[in-house]
Design a binder for this molecule. Structure first.
Ligand SMILES: [Zn+2]
Ligand SMILES: [Zn+2]
Length: 139
């Protein structure tokens, strides 16, 4: 079972299964992570088990206006996951919080890239990743 934690180790989690693994290049993920893209693991909310409810919940809006909440530690800067109005019943875990080189290698490997229209010009599309200009179309 993949496991992860925040930077200080106060919050830990594990989960059964991620239904979608993706890199997101949107401008919101850029600002929120402080990096040029986010690597995200989407899973049904019941799949994620945490040792405690993340005490710090921050509201924000996606660039398209969708309301989102960020769930993180109150003792360190880590955000473990986000929830979003457009993804009901889903928790979106930030893959960088996975522990261990095996989990990040296997579980953290994305199958798709979202918002590629904002991909930084020095980064190539990942081989084998589905490419989406924005969010994937609903199925
Ligand atoms: Zn922490
Ligand atoms: Zn994004």
């Amino acid at each position: 079972m993949p496991q992860g934690s925040c930077l200080c180790g106060k919050l830990t989690y594990s989960y059964d299964d991620a239904v979608m693994k993706c890199i997101c290049h949107c401008l919101t993920c850029r600002k929120l992570t402080g990096s040029t893209y986010a690597t995200a693991l989407l899973m049904p909310e019941d799949s994620l088990k945490t040792n405690a409810n993340p005490p710090l919940v921050t509201n924000a809006a996606h660039q398209v206006g969708m309301k989102m909440q960020f769930h993180g530690c109150d003792s360190c800067p880590s955000t473990l996951y986000k929830t979003a109005a457009g993804f009901p019943g889903v928790k979106i875990v930030f893959a960088g919080t996975l522990d261990g080189k095996d989990d990040i290698a296997t579980e953290g490997k994305p199958g798709g890239e979202l918002w590629v229209k904002y991909r930084v010009p020095w980064l190539k599309p990942l081989e084998g990743c589905q490419q989406f200009e924005e969010f994937p179309p609903p199925n």
